[in-house]
Design a protein around this ligand. Structure first.
Ligand code: ATP
Ligand code: ZN
Length: 289
């Protein structure tokens, strides 16, 4: 199946699947009919998507079965895969945490010493225990780790937590954070032997970075009194110099700027104080940086 296309490994069915396909879509890459097939070739881009179990992705990328892959950092580190991080993707965020039954929460990390901990992440947990000079018995379980304490198999668990609902249902509480994870784009090396693949990867990375930057940015538009221009320019956390346009009302100006999305609510009061009006905040689809 060597057609010169870049081979991208994605999770077949799981928490990273939809977000990864959405990212490709926002990059202008169409992936059709992926539901039951192992490999899908894009009709409008030199890419083949391989749909795999997430646990297999780090190794397949490391061994060159796939050129690049998208997978959670938790899986990459647990599998000790030798891969290069090309880009952190900002979704699939979760924490690997130690949790304990509500009535026997460890107060300090030292309280973990000598305990039995059930986990599907023995290797990350071992590193954590070593870093903290702790010894504990690791009970490796592949799924439903959270029921281990009630079965009497373990005292604590170390598992992925995002909302904490599963913990609450099992009368467990979070205690210490072991590892922070998000989805990342990986490759075996930063360069391929095949130069056309290097070109495709360069273009893909540019598209992905443009989508990620756009997602974190908003287009701010407003009208301001002419005399406030200097002060307002100082307030705007713009990525580059704002655009300034004149208006029919000669005492006023229109100001447009791209700002980091999370800054808007911090500056809104300051802008109003300086007389800004008609403030609009618009989403940006793509941004070439
Ligand atoms: P597969 O069938 O591919 O082996 P899985 O059941 O191992 O799938 P998912 O539960 O789909 O994996 O999770 C995939 C990844 O999503 C995790 O490895 C982790 O990086 C991330 N993730 C984000 N939030 C959570 C969460 N609340 N629970 C588990 N994983 C999460
Ligand atoms: Zn898995």
């Amino acid at each position: 199946m060597e057609n010169g296309n870049l081979k991208l490994a994605l999770q077949k069915k799981g928490r990273l699947t939809d977000k990864s396909l959405e990212l490709l879509k926002n990059c202008g890459i169409d992936i059709e009919n992926y539901s039951e097939r192992l490999v899908v070739t894009s009709k409008n881009y030199k890419i083949d998507v391989l749909f795999l179990r997430d646990d297999d992705i780090p190794e397949y990328v490391q061994d060159g079965v796939a050129d690049i892959g998208i997978v959670g950092e938790n899986v990459i580190v647990e599998k000790k895969a030798k891969v290069t991080y090309l880009e952190k993707l900002g979704y699939g965020r979760c924490k690997l945490m130690i949790a304990a039954p509500e009535n026997s929460l460890p107060k300090t990390v030292k309280d973990i010493d000598g305990k039995r901990i059930a986990t599907s992440y023995p290797s990350i947990l071992t590193s954590y225990l070593n870093e903290n000079n702790l010894t504990a018995k690791i009970i490796e379980i592949s799924g439903s780790v959270e029921i281990a304490p009630s079965l009497g198999v373990a005292d604590l668990i170390c598992d992925i937590v995002s909302t904490g609902n599963t913990l609450t249902m099992n009368k467990l509480k979070k205690s210490f954070s072991v590892f922070d994870s998000e989805a990342v784009l990986i490759s075996a090396n930063s360069k391929f032997e095949d130069d056309s693949k290097n070109e495709v990867l360069k273009d893909l990375l540019r598209r992905i970075r443009s989508v990620l930057t756009a997602k974190n940015s908003k287009y701010l538009m407003m009208n301001i009194p002419k005399e406030s221009l200097k002060k307002i320019s100082e307030i705007i956390p713009s990525l580059k110099s704002p655009t300034i346009l004149s208006l029919a009302d000669e005492k006023m100006l229109a100001v447009h700027a791209v700002i980091p999305s999370d800054k808007f609510w911090h500056i809104i009061d300051d802008l109003k104080r300086e007389g800004a009006s008609g403030i609009l905040l618009l989403p940006i689809d793509n941004m070439i940086v």
